[in-house]
Ligand binder design. Structure first.
Ligand SMILES: [Zn+2]
Length: 358
């Protein structure tokens, strides 16, 4: 599995200055390349390179490979949007590849700067033990709060899959971000509060419309996104840990089609996309894969309307968002827990030696 790993750099004062100058020069070059790409309507990598290569080398005194990377960054950016001139931040990322960046030892890199190659100490976060031969392709050098980091793509071996003895059903939602068939509820209350707080603030800032308001807006959006991300990360971690401890697989609903589902009204749809169900799914899948745990994606049809005890399906079973009460057998339960139990049963059907006839 490919993972992005954040590696912190420990340059000395001279190296720090060299890296920063390189970064700024690189982005100046990107802006120059971008203007030419825009004015000549040449957006492909090869096309742009033909026009600007010698010019950029001359003007910015960048190495051949750095010019190629700058052109690559510009072309990549226009690939997504060709409707306006793109500008790059003074301290935006530099894309490094194996020709201009090498991992020397477990704690050192050799990286190209305007002053030539520099050997700089590094430290990994949680993947310290990783074999650097697993590093794949490119790495972005980023600068944040006066610190340099490399975002490195690493090929991590999947854990040996465990043979599951059962399944945990996980229902994802807006009021409750996740509810497991064990009855564990991860509430979305805190997230809703944060979202509402930021929504109101964002609306105010949007109506102001000044440059500083826009800047503030960007900052808030970033904060909100990080909060959500962190929440999803923690929930996924907890669920995968439980699955691992109890030797079970995880079942979730396959919600690929949910955004176009016409029965979901607009308010819910916005909330769903805002809340990013996908993010939790992706975290669950990748943490599970690393732990050797299978994730089954099951058909979501009627999971919230079906009685987990007698199997009766009825719209009326769902009294409210929170309350489930079966009109057939009278079974009462928290609606999300009931749904997660249905997900559990459908997940059991997917076990290799399923005890259920599905
Ligand atoms: Zn029932």
């Amino acid at each position: 599995m490919l993972l992005t790993m954040k590696v912190k750099l420990y340059p000395d004062e001279y190296q720090h200055k060299a890296l920063l100058e390189t970064m700024e020069r690189f982005n100046e070059a990107c802006n120059y390349v971008s203007k030419i790409a825009w004015s000549t309507h040449t957006f492909g990598k090869v096309g742009i390179q033909k026009i600007v290569y010698y010019d950029v080398r001359d003007k910015y005194h960048l190495s051949a490979q750095m010019v190629v990377r700058a052109v690559g960054k510009v072309a990549e950016s226009y690939r997504i949007d060709k409707t306006c001139l793109h500008e790059f931040r003074k301290q935006g990322a530099i894309v490094y590849d194996q020709r201009i960046l090498t991992f020397k030892a477990t704690d050192e890199i050799s990286i190209l700067t305007l002053e030539g190659r520099e050997r700089i100490k590094i430290k990994y976060g949680e993947y310290r033990q990783l074999d650097m031969e697993r590093v794949r392709g490119q790495a972005d050098l980023i600068y944040h709060n006066n610190t340099f980091y490399l975002m490195v793509v690493v090929d991590v071996p999947d854990a040996k899959p465990i043979d599951p003895e059962g399944v945990i059903g996980v229902d994802r939602g807006i009021v409750n971000i996740a509810t497991t068939s064990d009855g564990e509820v991860f509430s979305g209350k805190k997230c809703t509060e944060v979202r509402q707080r930021y929504s109101a603030l964002k609306a105010r800032l949007q109506s102001v419309g000044t440059l500083s308001a826009k800047k503030h807006l960007r900052k808030i959006s970033g904060r909100e996104r990080r909060f959500k991300k962190d929440t999803n990360h923690c929930i996924a971690k907890a669920i995968v840990q439980t699955a691992k401890d109890t030797n079970r697989a995880i079942a979730i609903e396959d919600l690929t089609g949910i955004r176009t589902n016409s029965t979901v009204n607009k308010v819910v749809r916005t909330a769903i996309s805002k809340w990013a169900f996908d993010e939790l799914r992706n975290y669950l899948k990748y943490k599970a894969t690393l732990a050797g745990i299978q994730v089954f994606e099951i058909d979501p049809k009627n999971t919230s309307r079906e009685c987990s005890v007698c199997g009766h399906i009825d719209r009326k079973n769902r009294k409210s968002q929170a309350e489930f009460c079966c009109v057939e057998c009278g079974h009462q339960e928290n609606a999300d827990v009931n749904a997660s139990k249905n997900i559990l049963v459908r997940g059991i059907c997917q076990l290799p030696h399923s005890p259920l006839a599905c």
